[in-house]
Design a protein around this ligand. Structure first.
Ligand SMILES: [Zn+2]
Length: 199
């Protein structure tokens, strides 16, 4: 299985099954599934949902291992403002925002594009923001074995914005730190760098 597999070819059996479920749900919600505008909606919804949960079939560790290079650089590497789109596991509604990730190499660096890929692998499944943060942190920590790794995610949750408490502007921040980032000075340097506007 290629770690880069993108779900562009859909398993017909699974797609059809999910499609039938969506048609039933739409009917239960009071829609007329046979009206013209909705004819292809169950299939589109099935494909969208399979795309948004393709992370179950991808291997973040393999993605990182495939692009690790020996390198003596040992200062902080920061990838800021990585877009995050995920689905909350409680309501299956989107939550989205940005991830900021840093690591301090310990003999190896990783291709920079791989870090956002790791984010996608864990974001494209049913998640809670806390576990998403932890999954990314542990994957980088155990694969790259850096001197330290830090992950901060800021996200807005549609299940809070559209229903329930209807707090339109609240953003949830989660963070995790390992190794040298557990030291307050290193952590503060990282937090200062991700909040600096370099543009
Ligand atoms: Zn939710």
């Amino acid at each position: 299985m290629s770690p880069y597999r993108n779900l562009e070819e859909y398993n017909i059996e699974i797609t059809n099954e999910v499609k039938e479920h969506f048609a039933k749900i739409m009917d239960d919600l009071g829609e007329d599934v046979s009206r013209e505008g909705l004819l292809k909606t169950p299939e589109r919804a099935a494909k969208a949902m399979l795309f948004l949960t393709q992370g179950y079939k991808q291997d973040a560790t393999e993605i990182l291992k495939g692009a690790m290079f020996a390198e003596s650089y040992d200062d902080m590497v920061i990838i800021k403002d990585i877009e995050v789109y995920s689905l909350c596991e409680h309501h299956m509604l989107p939550f989205f925002g940005k991830a900021h990730i840093a690591y301090i190499p310990n003999g190896h660096i990783v291709g920079l594009s791989k870090i956002p890929r790791v984010v996608d692998v864990f974001a494209r499944r049913l998640q809670v923001q806390e576990r998403l943060t932890h999954d990314i942190l542990e994957c980088i920590n155990s694969t790259l074995k850096p001197k330290g790794v830090a992950v901060v995610i800021e996200a807005a949750h549609m299940c809070m914005m559209m229903r329930g408490v209807q707090k339109q502007n609240s953003v949830t921040t989660t963070s995790g730190f390992r190794g040298q980032f557990e030291k307050i000075e290193t952590r503060n340097e990282f937090l200062k760098l991700i909040s600096a506007d370099l543009s």
